[in-house]
Design a protein around this ligand. Sequence first.
Ligand code: ATP
Ligand code: MG
Length: 346
Amino acid sequence: MSEPHGEPILEVTDLVKHFPLTQGILFKRNIGAVKAVDGVSLSLYPGETLGIVGESGCGKSTVAKLLMNLESPTSGTIRYKGEDISRLSGRALKAVRRNIQMVFQDPYTSLNPRMTVGDIIGEPFEIHPDVAPKGSRRARVRELLDVVGLNPEYINRYPHQFSGGQRQRIGIARGLALNPEIIVADEPVSALDVSVQAQVINLMERLQNEFGLSYMFIAHDLSIVRHISDRVGVMYLGRVVEIGSDEEIYRFPTHPYTQALLSAVPVPDPVASSRRERIILAGDVPSPANPPSGCHFRTRCWKAQQKCADVDPPLVVPGHLLAEGPPVAHPSACHFAATKPEVRAD
Ligand SMILES: Nc1ncnc2c1ncn2[C@@H]1O[C@H](COP(=O)(O)OP(=O)(O)OP(=O)(O)O)[C@@H](O)[C@H]1O
Ligand SMILES: [Mg+2]
């Protein structure tokens, strides 16, 4: 799938999550807020993989937790098939939860070491007993082990008896237990060896085709999401700064931050690599407790002008790019979005 079609299965609008910053132990005083997510809008379409990339601390995991209802938003909406699910509770929440599952980053810490693999994968059935009646659960867990490429005979083993890649397969099997429609995978391969990363990504692709899953696939490296993503959203300091199809993002990045990220991606071809200019960004990512006014990226941007401090650039197709047509004309939150490819990662 390359272009999104139909109605989004998940639609996030102006999502904000501020964590209060407090001082004092006995008498807590509010001294500001960490703006972890600061106005994120994006859509996930049925059957697609949306990659989300950005540096550490830009808010990727917080977006994932908001989608999973593990955190509640300060403002904004999360619509699942048109219904706002961000403030649901009780039975309504449980019903939605079943359809949106998460795969976590670190398979070494996310699996309870005292539980057998069978109990870990079967745990969701305790909360949703209707999905697999008690008598059929072991058989269902064996089936899930087989689906993710693990020997069903391992059902009584413990997590420490498995390698990192196998543990992530267990995490994926648990994510699949309730037959979800959406999987939010928060850096599912970041903790794995490079040689194992490809195996897990291939497995996820196969499962997507087999079960018609929609993925939100979070990573901090553009090269990891490239292979699996139909579309990619780039985050910086709590916001999505550019979003588009993989061709739009990798061949025609228009936002300076995306260009900088891409220029750091290793290129296999040494000739192409030597022709490429590497963009080294000045300074560090500012604190999300005190982001710059206007465009959050402007303090590190070589194109920044007064307008960037005064006016927040919205995530829309910039007017001056409309004439260029696809694939250049895609949403990019930059007043001075590039009109011609300045960096290409091919
Ligand atoms: N519960 C919390 N309380 C206070 N601040 C938080 C909390 N959770 C996250 N933050 C802050 O919000 C910001 C975004 O964090 P988040 O974990 O979403 O980033 P991330 O993009 O997932 O980073 P990484 O790539 O390191 O996983 C960070 O500054 C983080 O310190
Ligand atoms: Mg994270």
